[in-house]
Design a protein around this ligand. Structure first.
Ligand SMILES: [Zn+2]
Length: 255
């Protein structure tokens, strides 16, 4: 069997970063340090030894239960680890091993944390948004600048406009300020064209989910749904398939 050794390293890197992202998702909303103390069982505070703290593998070895108190370990931990590894691998196939790979992986890692924290708390911490700006800002120094700065501005203003419009129509907050800032972060990284496409996917995805929830009687009007995860979905699709989707769209409508 001939397996690219770099592929193996990218997967291991993704799993390890994914494990760290789980710590961030768990601790940032509580205002706790993401560096210390070491990981422990959220149920019985049992400190995890090295073999209990390996991404993905430990979950399988422990059969999804804490060794001390036998409480089920959330499925979310291995899912976040696997997802991070998979997205890093996609980035490697997409970019190769270069500075763009590093920047994209940092951006993807921030998006994963933002998505899950928004799902948990309906809030996107400002500190994470600032970290999310860093890859885009570094890209400005070696790429066509205007495309990305325009993306930052257009997406920010578009979401601000939607927020203000929603407030006037519904007389309550329809879109959080965190979403407006998150839109700018995505716009800076993707540029305005792919950024707008990501926005379209976000609204389309949210509309579809709302219809499905309504059909199955799981949604009542006025119920809050965090919008950040849909923006993340749009950003992921934009990162990997943005140029092809825009080309396909133009070919379809402009010919
Ligand atoms: Zn335990």
């Amino acid at each position: 069997m001939d397996i690219d050794i770099i592929v193996l390293w990218v997967i291991i890197l993704g799993l390890m970063i994914g494990s760290f992202l789980n710590v961030c998702i768990h601790r940032i909303p509580k205002g706790e340090s993401i560096i210390s103390p070491p990981s422990k069982c959220p149920n019985c505070d049992h400190k995890l030894s090295a073999w209990e703290n390996m991404p993905l593998l430990s979950f399988l070895l422990l059969k999804g239960k804490c060794r001390e108190c036998h409480e089920n370990i959330s499925w979310r931990y291995p899912i976040v680890e696997g997802l991070t590894a998979w997205l890093f691998l996609m980035t490697y196939y997409h970019e190769g091993l270069n500075i763009q790979f590093v920047l994209s992986c940092v951006f993807i890692a921030v998006i994963i944390v933002i998505t899950l924290i928004d799902l948990d708390t309906f809030h996107i911490p400002n500190g994470l948004l600032l970290v999310g700006l860093i890859p885009g800002l570094i890209m400005l120094s070696f790429d066509n600048r205007s495309l990305y700065i325009i993306g930052f501005l257009i997406l920010g203003f578009l979401y601000l406009f939607i927020r203000l419009g929603g407030q006037m129509v519904f007389r309550k907050e329809a879109m959080g300020l965190g979403d407006v800032k998150y839109a700018s972060v995505i716009g800076l990284f993707l540029g305005w064209k792919i950024g707008l496409m990501a926005t379209f996917i976000a609204f389309f995805g949210a509309a579809i989910l709302s219809i499905v929830l309504l059909l199955f009687g799981k949604y009542s009007f006025g119920q809050k749904i965090p919008f950040g995860p849909f923006m993340s979905l749009g950003a992921f699709i934009g990162i990997f398939w943005g140029p092809q989707l825009i080309e396909g769209y133009l070919n379809f409508f402009m010919k």
